[in-house]
Ligand binder design. Structure first.
Ligand code: SAH
Length: 384
């Protein structure tokens, strides 16, 4: 059974209450839903026939009415540094990507929330492809389910492939962290993303701690307030500029929700969710946003607040007008922040030999013809 089978209910799209309702429809007791989740998420099982502690008729009913169907893999690539990237099928002609980044102490899976993106950030390659569609909850959850299965099948012994971290040894988990930093704007797909977060955190689902699931947003202010009511995952915000004039250019959603409003929403999220801090992502673009004066302006915005900054070296892609800041410029920017009491780290670039680094996920394996309409770029897919 595949995710294109529309008649069967894909269990990967159902958080626990919805699964309980589905099980009740089949005449099962609520605890059957927990048993099912155990099979699906803890054991990675997709065949109902193999779920041997479920009654035979219940299993046949499930086989007739339901499926556990992750997205299909179009291509799988491995980088020299151990990073893996999968291109996944959205439909006959569109694709989206997920990336696994192994590190000595953790295994991070970076997943997509949309096919393409509508937000048009000027330094991001996904923006060039335009927006195609929202991923379903099953497609979002299915990425983690599938990666877990693929990594186990590849015989990965721990996050870095050799040295299993304690947490991994204890739980046998290869994926310890999930970040919604792949293609798309997760808060623009709120309806499907929030149930997926529920499954990531559920004890009977992937059972990840809320600090190990990070949602990254370009700054959809009303949805940050809404998220505070529905979830408590870690929040990352793509800031990229210390003032509105520059941010309007780099992250156009800023024209609607300027920096002051965005920061208010962030502090509210932390208060409401009793969180530790918001991570502000800041991609360093040579001569654009990387001066010491800009670092000082950024520090003025964030010092004294529950904030940390993650500096991202720009990952170039064909046709971009931006360049990566030199390592000493990145270092100086970081030092300026730290001197002013703002915690700052530099993200190590991983997987750039397979275009798996931030902002390089463009689903470009499937042929595409791009059509320009005014200033927006739309991707019109053609069969590969
Ligand atoms: N839409 C979400 C998640 C997307 S990407 C968001 O905007 O936060 C995750 C991070 O990679 C974001 O901070 C994004 O701004 C950054 N990014 C995008 N393009 C990049 C590029 N070419 N080089 C480095 N980082 C980039």
């Amino acid at each position: 059974m595949t995710s294109s089978d529309t008649t069967a209910t894909n269990l990967l799209g159902l958080p626990r209450p919805a699964l309980e309702a589905f099980v009740a429809e089949l005449g099962g007791k609520p605890f059957r839903a927990r048993q099912l989740m155990n099979w699906v998420y803890k054991r990675g099982e997709s065949s109902f026939e193999r779920m041997t502690d479920l009654a035979k008729d219940f299993r046949s009913q499930l086989t007739a009415r339901a499926c556990v169907a992750p997205p299909q893999i179009v291509t799988a690539q491995a980088s020299a540094d151990g990073t893996r990237k999968w291109l996944l099928r959205a439909d006959a002609s569109q694709a989206f990507e997920m990336v696994f980044i192994p590190e000595p102490d953790r295994g991070t899976l970076c997943i997509s929330s949309q096919v393409g993106c509508a937000l048009d950030c000027s330094f991001c390659s996904t923006a060039q492809q335009g927006f195609n569609r929202n991923l379903t909850t099953a497609e979002i959850v299915g990425q983690v389910w599938l990666a877990q299965r693929e990594l186990a099948a590849a015989g990965e012994s721990g996050p870095c492939g050799v040295c299993a971290h304690e947490d991994v040894k204890r739980t046998g988990r290869l994926i310890t962290n999930v970040v919604l930093m792949g293609m798309g704007e997760p808060l623009a797909n709120f309806r499907n993303v929030v149930p997926a977060l529920d499954i990531f955190l559920d004890d009977f689902g992937f059972d990840l701690s809320r600090r190990r699931v990070t949602l990254s947003t370009s700054g959809l202010v009303p949805q940050i307030y809404k998220l505070a009511e529905h979830s408590n995952v870690a929040l990352a915000v793509s800031l990229h500029a210390p003032d509105d004039e520059l941010r309007n250019e780099l992250v156009p959603i800023n024209r609607k929700h300027p920096i002051a409003e965005l920061l208010e929403a962030c502090w509210h999220y932390i208060d409401e969710q009793n969180g530790r801090s918001v991570t502000f992502e800041y991609v360093l673009l040579e001569g654009v946003n990387d001066s010491p004066a800009q670092a000082r302006a950024l520090a003025r915005l964030l010092a004294g607040h529950p904030a940390k900054v993650n500096l991202i070296p720009f990952n170039p892609f064909p046709g971009t007008r931006y360049r990566r800041s030199a390592p000493e410029v990145v270092q100086r920017f970081r030092d300026e922040l730290i001197r002013r009491g703002v915690l700052a780290t530099v993200r190590r670039t991983r997987g750039d030999d397979i275009d798996a680094a931030c902002g390089q996920l463009a689903g470009r394996v499937i042929d595409r013809t791009t059509v320009r309409l005014g200033s927006r770029v739309f991707a019109v897919a053609v069969q590969a």
